[in-house]
Design a protein around this ligand. Structure first.
Ligand code: NCD
Length: 304
């Protein structure tokens, strides 16, 4: 088990045992409001893309452990004046004890880890990785079903550009599940990811119609159309509104099936689902706090 001082760049680097250990620690933080185990630590939140949950929950998790947080956002960072990411990171590394980075550029978290002495956490890099979201997603499933395997997992929506859903697929495929990848034709999972999964022997099948598979699913993970990642906005307009989850689409679903979503939602998930027993996305977001408290304490090597 090697969490101490570790960079978190991709979910693929974490074993089931390491994740299990994380979830056990997160369980302990479920009911802990405040500890001062990270007193004296200063954490940098470098967010070069919009964020509500990830940025705020990392900040709240850090503060609940007694750490201080400095927020550097794209709008106000000197990157806006033309400073390089390299120089920005070098500065933060010299001021702070840990760097959390979100960036639109794939590979930037790994780049940060390569040049920084302090640990780096990837809070989302382009269309590639969002490892801590994937950890929260697994934790939500474990918390609901008391297991992470023998489940039929549907992923629904923009599987091409959504880093949260791609990271989730990579995470859940560490366990023995069947994955139903449901999306409009233009938003299918990228070939390199699909090939990687098939090479590993993951059971994954692609569908374009949710109705055909809804009755088989235990989990349906919905994700928004990633407007900002489209190279061609005309293409975005063509697929806009091509999928949506509402009460009617869940009519044939299993009674215990849950709907997950990394949020933010835009048009793909109707508000009428919020008050149903299938809604799991708000607790999924809430688990961001104990899970990120667990991540920070493991990286800094402090006791619960
Ligand atoms: C996701 C992201 O930024 O990748 N949000 C999140 O962190 N919970 C999902 C999204 O933006 O669609």
């Amino acid at each position: 088990m090697n969490w101490f001082n570790r960079d978190i760049i991709t979910i693929e680097n974490f074993s089931r045992e390491e994740l299990e250990h994380l979830f056990n620690i997160a369980d302990k933080y479920m009911n802990i409001k405040f500890k001062d185990s990270l007193k004296g630590k200063i954490i940098a939140n470098l967010f070069l893309e919009p964020s509500t949950r990830t940025r705020v929950s990392f900040e709240v998790a850090a503060k609940r452990l007694g750490a201080e947080v400095v927020n550097v956002t794209g709008e106000y960072a000197s990157i806006k004046k033309g400073e390089s990411l390299y120089d920005t990171l070098k500065m933060l590394d010299s001021y702070c004890d840990l760097i959390i980075i979100r960036s639109p550029i794939e590979g930037s978290a790994q780049f940060a880890a390569d040049i920084c002495e302090h640990p780096v956490i990837n809070a989302g890099d382009g269309t590639l990785n969002h490892p801590t979201q994937a950890m929260i997603d697994l934790y939500t499933i474990k918390n609901t079903f008391n297991r992470l395997d023998k489940l039929n997992i549907g992923v629904y929506g923009d599987l091409k550009y959504g880093r949260a859903v791609v990271s989730f697929i990579l995470a859940i495929s560490k366990y023995d599940n069947k994955i139903y990848a449901i999306s409009p034709e233009q938003l299918k999972i990228r070939n390199e990811i699909k090939d990687e999964l098939l090479n590993k022997g993951v059971k994954i099948e692609e569908f374009t119609n949710l109705e055909h598979v809804i009755s088989e699913l235990d989990v349906l993970y919905v994700t928004r159309l990633q407007k900002e990642r489209f190279v061609d906005l005309a293409e975005y307009e063509r697929v806009r509104g091509s999928y949506k989850l509402d009460l009617k689409s869940l009519e044939k679903s299993k009674p215990n099936m849950i709907v997950m979503h990394p949020l933010p939602r835009v048009e793909e998930l109707t508000y009428e689902l919020d008050s149903t027993s299938k809604q799991a996305y708000f607790r999924q977001a809430k688990f961001g706090i104990p899970l990120r408290m667990a991540i920070l304490s493991l990286i800094f090597g402090v006791e619960v």
